[in-house]
Design a protein around this ligand. Structure first.
Ligand SMILES: Nc1ncnc2c1ncn2[C@@H]1O[C@H](COP(=O)(O)OP(=O)(O)O)[C@@H](O)[C@H]1O
Ligand SMILES: [Mg+2]
Length: 606
C-alpha cells in the first residue's frame, strides 16, 4: 500500500506520459485555452510596437523637418504634422487594445485553470473515497488533505499560466529582436550575444532549484499534517500539555523550511545581479559602437533610441523565459504527484459478475481465517466460527485480542489473508461490495455524525425513508423524549462530528441510523463502552430493539449483554479459545471465560 510520505514522483520527468494523463482535463477546456494562447500572441507583440514607434517619433517629430512631405493614397501630406497627429491617437488605441487583451487573457487563464483544477479535484475526490480502510490507516488525513489541496491546483492552474507566459514571452522576445534587427543588424548581433551570455547561468542552476523545491514541498506537507493533528487533536494536546511539544515541532519545521528557502536564494540570488552586470557591459558596448554609427550617419538618432529601448525591454521576456522553464518543471512535479494518486488501486473491489446478497439465509461462517495488518504479524490465527441466522454472538477477550478485527472483516474493511468468510455458503469476496454492506449495520464506540441536522444523520441509513419509518426508528432508539426537548426537534443541526450532543445521544442517533437501515446483520463494537451508567441503560434499551430478529455480533463490556447472547466466542491473541453459552463456559475449570468473568464482570450487576 502506497505511503504518501515516501512518494518519489518518479514520473516528474516523463512529460509525454504526464501530458497524456492530463489530456482529458485539457480537452474539456481546449477551445478557450487555444483562444487564450492565440490572444497571448498580439499581447506579446505589443512591447515591440512601443520600441518600434520611438523611431518615427524621434526622427519625424522631434528632429523632423516641418516642410518634408509624403504621398498617401493620392494626397500629399506633411510628414511631421502627420506623425504629430498619429502618435497621440496611437497611444490611446494601444492602451485600449492592450487593456482589452489583458482582461480577456486574464479571464481565460482563470476560467480554464479553475475548470481544469475542479475536474481534477472532483475525480481525485472520487478516487480517494474509493480507497479502502488500509489506505487511510497508513496515510494521515492531514497528508491526504495537503496532497489533495495543493497538487491538482498547481498541476492545472500553473500549467495554463506557464504556457500562456511562455507564448507571451516568446513573441515579446521575437518582436523585440525584430526591432533590434530592423534598426541595425550589427548592433543587434552585439546585443543578442551579450544577452545570451547573461542568460546562461539561469539554465545552469535550474537543476539545483528543482531538488530544493521538492524538499520544500515535503516539508510543507509535514507542516500541514502537524497543523491538522494539533488542532484536530486539540483536546488531547490540551489534556497532556503537549502545546510546548507541538509548538516546538512547528518551529523546527518552519526553521527547515527557512533554510531551504535561503539555500534557494543563495543559489539563485546571485544570478540577477550578474545578469544585470553582463547586460550593462553589453549596453556600454552598444552605446560606444552606436555613437560611431550615428556620427558616421549610418544610423538615425530615432533608430538608435528605438534600438536601446528594445534591448532594455528584452531583459524582461528573457528572464521570464528562464523562470517559465523552472515553473513548468514544478508543474510537472505537481502533475506527477497528482497522477500518482490516480494510479492508486483499492485492494478491495468487486469481482466481475459479483453476486447480490439478500439477507442471512443459512448463516455466516469464518473458515480457517488468518489475517494480519502488518506483514508477518498475525492478528487472527486459524479462526473458525459458524453463526446461525438471527443468532447473537458475543465476542470477548483481552484488549488487543482481535475482537474488532473479526467484525471488521465482515463488511470487508479488510480482506482475509487466507481462509474465507462465507455468508449463505458463498465467500463474501464474491458478493457485490455495496450489496454486502447494505446487509450490515455497524454501531461503533464513537460514531461519526456529519455536520447537518439529526434527521439527515438518521436517514443516511435509508435516504428514501418515509415519515412513519423515521418516527418508528426514533421511538425504538429512545430518541423521542430527547428530541422533544429541542426547539427544532429532529431538524436540530448538530455541530462538526456531532460535538453538540452528549455521548449517549450520539449513540442513539447512530442506533436510529442502523434501525432505519434495517439490515439483517448488526455489529456492535463496544457501543456502550464510553458511556456513563445512566446513558448506558437507555442506549442498551435502544440496542436491544436493534438486535431483535437479526444476526448480531456484539463486543461489549456489559455482563448482561454477553449473558443474553446465544453464544460467546472467547478470543485470546487472535485465536478462538472457547465457544459456548454463558452457562457452558462458566463451568470450564480454569477457563479463559471464567477468568475474564471473575476479573471483569464480578463487580457488575446483571
Ligand atoms: N489498523 C490497524 N493497523 C495495524 N494494526 C492494528 C490495526 N487495528 C488493530 N491492530 C492490531 O491488531 C490487534 C487486534 O486489535 P483489535 O482487533 O482492535 O483488538 P480488540 O478489538 O480485541 O481490542 C492488536 O494487536 C492491534 O494492535
Ligand atoms: Mg476493539
Amino acid at each position: 500500500m502506497l505511503r504518501l510520505k515516501d512518494t518519489k514522483s518518479k514520473f516528474a520527468f516523463s512529460y509525454g506520459y504526464l501530458l497524456n494523463k492530463m489530456y482529458p482535463y485539457i480537452r474539456m477546456v481546449l477551445g478557450r485555452t487555444l483562444l487564450l494562447f492565440v490572444l497571448a500572441v498580439p499581447l506579446g507583440l505589443l512591447d515591440g510596437v512601443v520600441a518600434f514607434s520611438l523611431r518615427p517619433y524621434l526622427d519625424y517629430v522631434v528632429n523632423g523637418n516641418p516642410s518634408q512631405t509624403f504621398e498617401l493614397a493620392g494626397h500629399t501630406l506633411k510628414l511631421q504634422e502627420f506623425w504629430i497627429k498619429l502618435i497621440p491617437l496611437g497611444i490611446v488605441t494601444f492602451a485600449l487594445v492592450q487593456g482589452v487583451l489583458k482582461y480577456i487573457c486574464n479571464y481565460l487563464t482563470d476560467w480554464t485553470g479553475n475548470k481544469m483544477a475542479n475536474s481534477l479535484k472532483v475525480d481525485l475526490f472520487k478516487k480517494l473515497t474509493s480507497m479502502d480502510t488500509k489506505f487511510f490507516d497508513v496515510n494521515s488525513s492531514g497528508l491526504v488533505l495537503s496532497r489533495f489541496l495543493t497538487d491538482p491546483e498547481q498541476a492545472s492552474k500553473s500549467l495554463i499560466n506557464t504556457l500562456k507566459s511562455l507564448i507571451l514571452s516568446v513573441f515579446e522576445f521575437f518582436a523585440l529582436v525584430f526591432v533590434l534587427l530592423f534598426n541595425s543588424w550589427k548592433l543587434a548581433l552585439i546585443g543578442i550575444t551579450v544577452m545570451g551570455i547573461a542568460i546562461t547561468p539561469v539554465v545552469l542552476v535550474r537543476k539545483k532549484i528543482k531538488s530544493v523545491s521538492n524538499a520544500t514541498m515535503v516539508v510543507s506537507g509535514d507542516m500541514t499534517t502537524n497543523f491538522n493533528e494539533t488542532f484536530a487533536g486539540n483536546k488531547i494536546v490540551t489534556a497532556y500539555n503537549l502545546q510546548e511539544n507541538q509548538n516546538h515541532k512547528y518551529e523546527n519545521q518552519i526553521h527547515t523550511q527557512f533554510n531551504l528557502a535561503m539555500s534557494l536564494t543563495k543559489r539563485v540570488g546571485w544570478m540577477s545581479p550578474i545578469m544585470y552586470f553582463v547586460c550593462s557591459i553589453g549596453i556600454a558596448i552598444v552605446m560606444m559602437y552606436g555613437n560611431s554609427l550615428i556620427v558616421s550617419g549610418e544610423m538615425s538618432a530615432g533608430s538608435f533610441a528605438s534600438f536601446v529601448t528594445s534591448l532594455l525591454l528584452l531583459y524582461k521576456p528573457t528572464k521570464t523565459l528562464g523562470n517559465t522553464l523552472t515553473s513548468l518543471q514544478s508543474t510537472f512535479v505537481a502533475m506527477a504527484r497528482t497522477f500518482e494518486l490516480f494510479d492508486l488501486m483499492p485492494e478491495i473491489k468487486n469481482k466481475p459478475q459479483a453476486k447480490l446478497l439478500n439477507g442471512v439465509g443459512s448463516g455466516i461462517s469464518f473458515e480457517h481465517v488468518n489475517f494480519e495488518y502488518e506483514e508477518n504479524q498475525p492478528v487472527l490465527k486459524d479462526f473458525n466460527l459458524n453463526v446461525k441466522p438471527n443468532e447473537t454472538i458475543a465476542l470477548v477477550g483481552n484488549s488487543g485480542g482481535g475482537k474488532s478485527t473479526v467484525v471488521n472483516l465482515i463488511p470487508r474493511f479488510y480482506d482475509v489473508k487466507s481462509g474465507s468468510i462465507k455468508i449463505n455458503g458463498i465467500d463474501i469476496r464474491d458478493y457485490d461490495i455495496v450489496s454486502l454492506r447494505n446487509n450490515i449495520s455497524f454501531v461503533f464506540q464513537d460514531n461519526y455524525l456529519f455536520t447537518g441536522s439529526i434527521r439527515e444523520n438518521i436517514i443516511m441509513g435509508k435516504p428514501d425513508a418515509g415519515k412513519d419509518e423515521i418516527s418508528e426508528a426514533i421511538r425504538l432508539s429512545h430518541l423521542d423524549e430527547f428530541l422533544d426537548t429541542l426547539p427544532d426537534g429532529i431538524d436540530t443541526v448538530v455541530g462538526e462530528r456531532g460535538a453538540s450532543l452528549s455521548g449517549g445521544q450520539r449513540q442513539r442517533v447512530a442506533i436510529a441510523r442502523a434501525l432505519i437501515k434495517n439490515s439483517p446483520i448488526v455489529i456492535l463494537d463496544e457501543a456502550t463502552s464510553a458511556l456513563d451508567n445512566e446513558s448506558e441503560a437507555i442506549v442498551q434499551k435502544a440496542l436491544d430493539n436493534l438486535m431483535q430478529n437479526r444476526t448480531v455480533f456484539v463486543i461489549a463490556h456489559r455482563l448482561s449483554t454477553i449473558h443474553n447472547a446465544d453464544r460467546i466466542a472467547v478470543l485470546n491473541e487472535g485465536e478462538l479459545v472457547e465457544l459456548g453459552s454463558h452457562d457452558e463456559l462458566i463451568k470450564i475449570p480454569n477457563g479463559k471465560y471464567k477468568y475474564l468473568y471473575d476479573m471483569q464482570f464480578s463487580g457488575s450487576t446483571v
